[in-house]
Design a protein around this ligand. Structure first.
Ligand code: GTP
Length: 354
């Protein structure tokens, strides 16, 4: 079976992490996010994968090549300008002649694709949409179905008074390629706003496949951090690679330490936390719940809490980087700086003490 992964978006909500790195390549547990998705598809024997690219396509191609190193065959289709989710798949139509999966390229899930395929076949639908429950449906597009799962309405951001379901579109679809005839060529067109409502109006059968599977999208820094915490708590054992750690340093909980990290005396790292390869944590620094990318330097006595730091950041000694802060690549924080909570610092910025 084939799958299309949509990886052409700009990832604006994940900035400043996506200023230099396309969303699909942001590291999750020190591997590009897309690698996790490819492994997930491969675990269902889906090895023929089409990647639809637009924004910053080169880093994806150079990392994954033809896919053989990852046990899959990859085909790349690059859009000159963004075609939207459905427009991007229309652009790949020549490769698609039987039902296939489509996945948004920012989703991490353990949804059972085999069970979804069985449901698709059993309902003889033209489209199946994976559905996932959320606590607050008013900020999403919800999908209302009948008792058999047939979609009745798509409701965009319902007010609390209008909420009839907490199921939202999980960004995984099974599609009969026939329905692509309803998508105009070379035009920006979306599944969720255009094609699916259009198919419903025509009376075509669309079914929602709901499940309680783990599901998260890494669209925002908060969710990106939450994914790390969730994964480390679930799979955190045995994740460490070679590093040099001073005997007086302490780690507690699930901590992933990349290769060639240096951890100085009396450092304290409280998991769940991830240190990217080549990071250097100096004496007495305290890190809890943070995700550091490659070659991050943390000075003596600095304190980092539930924050994210991009490649090559330098955090001066005695600084405090509080909850929710996100530093783009190459940010320099002067010694003894106190950042306000949830700061967003653009790549290359030098923050002077305040
Ligand atoms: P934001 O700018 O933060 O909204 O992010 P996004 O546009 O990258 O992601 P969004 O959640 O809106 O889109 C869901 C998925 O579709 C992501 O994996 C995107 O990469 C992908 N996507 C969105 N628009 C396009 C497009 O025009 N072309 C292609 N090929 N993929 C797209």
């Amino acid at each position: 079976m084939k799958a299309v992964i949509l990886v052409g978006g700009e990832g604006t909500r994940l900035r400043p992490l996506t200023c230099n790195t396309v969303k699909a390549m942001v590291p999750v547990l020190n591997r590009p996010f897309l690698e996790h998705m490819i492994c997930y598809l491969r675990s269902y024997e889906i090895r023929d994968i089409i990647l639809t690219l637009c924004h910053l396509p080169d880093s994806i191609r150079s990392y994954f090549g033809d896919g053989s190193k990852f046990g899959v065959k990859l085909t790349y289709i690059v859009e000159e300008s963004p075609l939207g989710t459905a427009g991007a798949v229309k652009n790949a139509q020549r490769y698609l002649d039987e039902p296939f999966f489509i996945l948004n390229g920012d989703i991490f899930t353990d949804l059972d694709l085999g069970a979804m395929l069985a449901f698709y076949k059993q309902t003889r639908a033209k489209v199946s949409i994976a559905l996932t429950p959320v606590e607050n449906p008013t900020i999403y597009g919800v999908v209302e179905t009948d008792a058999q799962g047939r979609v009745r309405h798509f409701i965009e951001k319902p007010a609390w008074g209008e909420v009839t379901t907490n199921l939202i579109n999980a960004g995984i679809y099974l599609l009969n390629p026939e329905v692509l005839s309803g998508v105009p060529q070379d035009t920006h067109f979306m599944f969720e706003h255009h094609l699916f409502p259009q198919l419903l109006d025509k009376g075509e059968s669309i079914y929602g496949y709901s499940s309680e599977a783990y599901w998260i999208d890494i669209g925002t820094p908060e969710k990106y951090l939450k994914l790390h915490h969730d994964l480390l708590k679930r799979y955190g054992e045995g994740l460490t690679t070679q590093y040099s750690i001073h005997p007086s340093a302490q780690t507690e909980g699930k901590v992933l330490i990349g290769s060639e990290c240096h951890i100085g005396p009396r450092v304290r790292i409280e998991g769940p936390a991830t240190l990217g390869p080549g990071s250097r944590i100096e004496e007495g620094a305290q890190i809890s719940g943070a995700v550091l990318w490659r070659n991050v330097q943390v000075g003596r006595q600095a304190i980092l809490e539930n924050c994210i730091a991009g490649d090559n950041c330098f955090i001066g000694s005695g600084s405090f980087i509080p909850q929710g802060s996100v530093l783009g690549d190459n940010v320099v924080i002067e010694s003894k700086s106190n950042l306000p909570p949830s700061s967003r610092i653009w790549p290359g910025t030098k923050v002077v003490k305040h």
